[in-house]
Design a protein around this ligand. Structure first.
Ligand code: CP3
Length: 344
């Protein structure tokens, strides 16, 4: 591992003249080469479990754009599948899972050390990538944070307000906490294996953190991510961790201390100026261009990109979007964003 990698330097707290760049969902349906490889694999999950093709789609945006980081191609829902739950994707609708509603469902989950056979293709993807990536490109491994993954395991699908998970939390807290604790244990083992296979940085996606309020945010978003972070850092000294409690709003200000993460990723609901004043003083930040600019482009894309770079130029910053790039994005707009950042 070399500290010449710009992402690692930013994560270590260095303020760079030009922020390093990557994009959430940078391997995705907006790229024709991704759509071709996905068709070759058959479907999305087959692509995730085909190590050669998953590595290929991970490399595609690196070849096309020269991003400073690549993120392992996989999905946050592979872990519940490895724990014994059913998982499938309905075309045009998104993920579907079997559901957990009672203690028997928690008891049926496989223990943390029994997930690795199922996830072996993911670890193999990481090994291929750590061989094949350009030497300046950082390899990021990831998992969903326990709360976000639990919302899918409890509802059996994505939900606009995470209602079923909130209901279980209110009605049967022991079962709810059983899901969170099982996931926290399994996530530690899963990520530790990604690091052993060659991941240099770990990112935790808490995409639905914003629907947890007050003490629940501390107990079910921050605390599980803190436990995962502390254990991974104990096992892998020096491992940088990026945490993304999406939708945290003003709670972004104390997320770094609450989690112990090296970098806090922010969505686009907070301004870059607010982030500079309230999140960046503690260390590296990542984000927060609205992904809609990748669809609409034009002068607004350029001026908003410049505004974020300027606002966060006084401290460590990794340029990224506020959420994943969408299938309707124009690949040319990504080029334009990168030129705006790197070309001044
Ligand atoms: O960022 C990357 O490029 C790395 C790979 C990655 C994917 N999903 C690939 C993917 C990562 C890090 C994720 C995380 C993920 N997956 C999250 C957290 C981040 C977020 O977006 O909030 C969540 C909630 C999921 C669950 C998930 N996976 C949903 C809800 C969907 C359907 C939505 C959609 O865009 O269709 C997926 C599918 C998915 N995961 C796709 C990709 C590239 C699209 C699948 C396809 O090719 O059809």
């Amino acid at each position: 591992m070399t500290k010449d990698k710009t992402i690692l330097r930013a994560l270590a707290g260095e303020t760079l003249p030009t922020p390093p760049i990557w994009m959430m969902r940078q391997a995705g349906r907006y790229l024709p080469e991704y759509r071709a490889t996905r068709a070759e694999a058959g479907d999305f999950l087959s692509l995730c479990y085909n190590s050669e093709l998953a590595a290929e789609v991970t490399l595609q945006p690196i070849r096309r754009y020269g991003f400073d980081a690549s993120i392992l191609f996989a999905d946050i829902l592979l872990l519940p599948q490895a724990m014994g739950m059913d998982l499938w994707f309905e075309t045009g609708e998104g993920p579907r899972l079997s559901t957990i509603t009672d203690q028997a469902g928690v008891d049926a989950l496989k223990p943390a050390d029994a997930i690795h056979d199922h996830l072996a293709p993911v670890y193999e993807t990481v090994r291929i990538l750590s061989r094949e990536l350009p030497s300046e490109t950082t390899l990021i491994g990831f998992a969903g944070a326990p709360w976000t993954v639990a919302t899918y395991m409890i509802a059996g699908r994505g939900t606009p307000d995470q209602g079923p998970a909130h209901a279980l939390k209110a009605e049967n807290r022991a079962v709810f906490e059983g899901v969170i604790n099982s996931l926290t244990d399994a996530t530690i083992e899963y990520l530790s294996m990604q690091v052993q296979a060659g991941a240099e940085v770990i990112k935790l996606f808490d995409s639905w953190a914003g629907s947890l309020q007050g003490d629940d945010f501390d107990a079910y978003s921050l605390a599980p991510m803190q436990r995962i972070t502390a254990e991974l850092k104990a096992r892998h000294p020096g491992l940088p961790i990026i945490a993304f409690p999406r939708g945290a709003g003003e709670r972004y200000a104390d997320a770094r201390a609450g989690i112990g993460a090296d970098c806090i990723a922010v969505d686009d609901a907070v301004s870059a100026e607010w982030v500079a004043d309230n999140v960046q003083p503690g260390g590296c930040v990542q984000g927060n261009l609205a992904s809609s600019h990748m669809v609409t482009g034009g002068d607004a894309l350029v001026s908003e990109t410049r505004r974020i770079v300027d606002a966060l130029s006084g401290g460590p910053h990794i340029f990224n979007l506020g959420h994943g790039i969408t299938p309707d994005a124009d690949p040319e707009n990504v080029t334009k964003m990168i030129e705006t950042i790197r070309g001044g």
